[in-house]
Design a protein around this ligand. Sequence first.
Ligand SMILES: Cc1cc2nc3c(=O)[nH]c(=O)nc-3n(C[C@H](O)[C@H](O)[C@H](O)COP(=O)(O)OP(=O)(O)OC[C@H]3O[C@@H](n4cnc5c(N)ncnc54)[C@H](O)[C@@H]3O)c2cc1C
Ligand code: SF4
Length: 331
Amino acid sequence: MTPFTYSRATDPADALRLSGDNGAKFLGGGTNLVDLMRETIERPTVLVDVTGLDSTISATSDDGLRIGGATRNSALASNRRVRTDYPMLTRAIVAGASAQIRNMATVAGNLLQRTRCTYFYDDGSACNKRSPGQGCDAREGFHRYHAILGASETCIATHPSDMAVALAALDAVVHLKSSDGVRSLPVTELHRLPGERPDIETDLRPGELITAVELPALPLARNSTYRKVRDRSSYAFALISVAAALDVKDGKITDVRLALGGVAHRPWRARKAEAALIGRNATHANYLAAADTELAEAKPLPLNAFKVELARRTIAAVLSDLAARSSEARS
Ligand SMILES: Cc1cc2nc3c(=O)[nH]c(=O)nc-3n(C[C@H](O)[C@H](O)[C@H](O)COP(=O)(O)OP(=O)(O)OC[C@H]3O[C@@H](n4cnc5c(N)ncnc54)[C@H](O)[C@@H]3O)c2cc1C
Ligand code: SF4
């Protein structure tokens, strides 16, 4: 590990003051950052522990939910409002990692965790994300877990967070603070597609701190879920995942939210599929057709071509289940 100093921030202003150095990194639960430091992929010279900052979950004036950036994943998953009003979020969080990791991991850290591409973690491999211009060994290598949507010639890595997929479907907003002031970004605009610069992963400005995440009031989300398809039934990253919320009235889809995980460099909000579903009859054939609309742009490689059909079927299965629940709730 590269030598570093450690200090613990007491409030956001303190965190920004302590990190006023180019080599600084904020430290959440450390479950990703410390691993990357051990591998010398991350080499911060200053670590500012932000786990003492806001970890409260509170109702907003318009009946949404504000979640402090330092909230632990397990605390968020078990929150009563989240379990009742945004069940896809609870399901996404508990589908991730292990209980011990979820107890340590924070909301901000989870959003900013880095890809699990094995070539990225192996400094004997060529990786444009680690060393721009070096090449990408995943393209010709083992890319079973890699992207089918939005990838580029330079990088085919996926974003690994389950929670972020649910937050993308829920129209969550990320609140940020830096020495320039405060601003907010829709979570769907936080992560970038790889393009020519896979090493630039988010639209965060240097030194910007995630202070909170806000969920809008979304009554639709009461009928929502998250399904993760993976090689093992626990403790494995997603091959693909689907976060969905659905409202059906008189057999017709009146509202829907859909996001996919394990398919792209960022949580993938499936807006084309959503548009194809609104106003349509709630039938399995229409769910498959909407999935096809979204997946038409997929560019799989030999070892991950199966993901296209897997995503298609999982989208249809999840929507079928939610439609049945939506109808039951009305009968
Ligand atoms: C074995 C294993 C299995 C896992 N399986 C899954 C899985 O299935 N699904 C899943 O979603 N995740 C999984 N994870 C990842 C785990 O969820 C993440 O490591 C964790 O969420 C990161 O949170 P953290 O608070 O520990 O972040 P840290 O490791 O502390 O930080 C991660 C990044 O966030 C930055 N950061 C932290 N807080 C802030 C802030 N407030 N503002 C700005 N930047 C900040 C850090 O500087 C760093 O760059 C797994 C991890 C392990 C080790
Ligand atoms: S897919 Fe991206 S992260 Fe993986 S080796 Fe290629 S450039 Fe690196």
